[in-house]
Design a protein around this ligand. Structure first.
Ligand code: NAG
Ligand code: NAG
Ligand code: NAG
Ligand code: NAG
Ligand code: NAG
Ligand code: NAG
Length: 377
């Protein structure tokens, strides 16, 4: 009982601390351990895919030098050659700092950058696999930031450079994905379903042709989220696209210009972010619940039947401001969770706090050894 009180007060403190929207993010290391950064002020290693569905024991890896994860729009990227994770927008007070987590030595450092005309409050980016350079589209212009071989910050700032203004629409809201050293821009203008524009990184060249992808079902012309599947080594060849219409999870293969359709996320939350490993696609929704879809490269029958499953072991995160509108909360609205009443997050806006506490307490009561564990079924 003491433990429950301790837990409840810990959660109360954590949840009532701020009207600031916490901004967690997910990434992998080179062994494809899943990292959850900024979950109620802590960082976690949830282990590899084989344990996600069952293990309740994510490891707390919170350590000195981390970003506070108090900004908005925080994003994280794995530099596969260096086993380093780069965090953008992780520190509201230092918006132009890129934090580097060296997953090998489990330590943080803070890299200064000089943004120039690059706008940290409005961009979308990919980290190029082979050059380890960020390419970002911000207000219609392409910028680059060369992370070189960095596992640890160097002294002095590194600059964001203006690359060019690619011939995309003025007000284009980027959906960008990396594969085969090319940036694929989806949902450009009136290109229509199943189409992308391709920017060839190594030649700094936007192909004038519109690229088409085949498939039993082509992906829609819609805004959404995209993320690349890693390979054990070498460049990514496939990326996932999760359109805001949630008509499916589309996996686009750029080697043969094909599309495969997998089930859409169970939680239909357009504010979700996604990361992909080699054999998994992971969703972080806007109330901080994490789930994954297993992916078998090259196997269509297994993929068609794949199911999204909650990742246990990560703590409940409270991302909502007190009194914020319930319409943002995918778990509140039954329509967000088809055929499944996910009571573990039933709550509304400000009430989320007590609901989160009581559901965490229920969980703790069920499995007292993992008080902070997320053990709902
Ligand atoms: C959780 O425990 C299992 C079994 O002891 C272990 O195999 C796994 O590595 C642990 N996971 C983490 C993230 O520590
Ligand atoms: C976060 O992203 C939204 C949408 O692009 C933008 O309106 C907002 O200004 C961003 N916030 C910050 C602090 O960068
Ligand atoms: C994919 O499309 C590009 C451009 O249309 C074409 O050059 C390439 O041959 C296609 N690849 C395959 C395997 O069809
Ligand atoms: C494209 O390549 C992928 C990966 O090798 C394969 O699974 C898929 O069947 C191929 N699609 C077509 C249409 O050839
Ligand atoms: C996928 O589901 C279909 C229909 O439920 C079933 O016929 C098929 O055997 C399943 N395939 C695999 C690989 O499980
Ligand atoms: C639930 O979703 C429906 C359909 O998208 C929408 O019309 C309704 O306003 C939502 N209700 C809440 C409470 O968000």
């Amino acid at each position: 009982m003491l433990r429950l009180f301790a837990l409840a007060s810990l959660l109360l403190i954590t949840l009532s601390q701020s009207n600031v929207r916490a901004s967690p993010c997910l990434s992998f290391d080179v062994d494809f351990n899943l990292y959850a950064f900024g979950f109620n002020g802590k960082d976690w290693n949830a282990g590899t895919q084989d344990v996600w569905a069952t293990a309740t024991n994510a490891t707390d890896i919170t350590t000195a030098g981390r970003p506070p994860f108090d900004g908005e729009n925080t994003t994280c990227y794995l530099a596969q050659y260096f086993n380093a994770i780069y965090v953008l927008n992780g520190d509201a007070k230092n918006p132009s700092s890129v934090y580097i987590y060296d997953a090998g030595s489990k330590s943080w450092s803070k890299q200064a950058t000089t943004p120039g005309s690059f706008d940290y409050s409005s961009f979308d980016t990919i980290l190029d696999h082979d050059t380890n350079v960020f390419y970002a589209l911000s207000k219609g212009a392409m910028y680059s930031l060369n992370m070189d071989t960095l596992k640890v910050a160097r002294s002095g700032a590194i600059p964001w450079n203006l690359v060019q203004k690619p011939d995309l629409l003025q007000n284009y809201n980027p959906v960008m994905a990396l594969a085969q050293n090319h940036i694929h821009f989806l949902n450009v203008g009136n290109d229509g379903p199943g189409k992308a524009r391709i920017f060839v990184i190594h030649y700094s060249y936007l192909q004038p042709e519109v690229q088409s992808y085949t498939g039993e079902k082509v992906f829609p012309a819609a805004y959404g989220q995209a993320t690349s599947f890693f390979k054990q080594s070498g460049v990514q060849e496939e990326f996932a696209f999760i359109p805001d219409d949630f008509s499916g999870t589309y996996v686009i293969n750029v080697e043969n210009n094909s599309t495969r359709t997998l089930p859409p996320p169970r939680v239909k939350d357009t504010k979700s972010s996604y990361v992909a490993g080699i054999t998994s696609l992971v969703q972080l929704d806007s109330i901080g619940a994490v789930s994954f879809l297993p992916y078998v490269p090259g196997d269509s029958s297994a993929n068609a039947n794949a199911t999204w499953t909650s990742i246990k072991g990560l703590p409940v995160v409270a991302l909502y401001k007190s009194g914020s509108s319930t319409s943002n909360n995918p778990h509140v609205n039954g329509t967000g969770v088809p055929g499944n009443t996910d009571t573990s997050h039933s709550s509304s806006g400000g009430v989320l706090r007590s609901a989160a506490i009581s559901s965490a307490m229920t969980r703790a009561a069920r499995t007292p050894q993992t008080a902070m564990g997320y053990t709902s079924s």
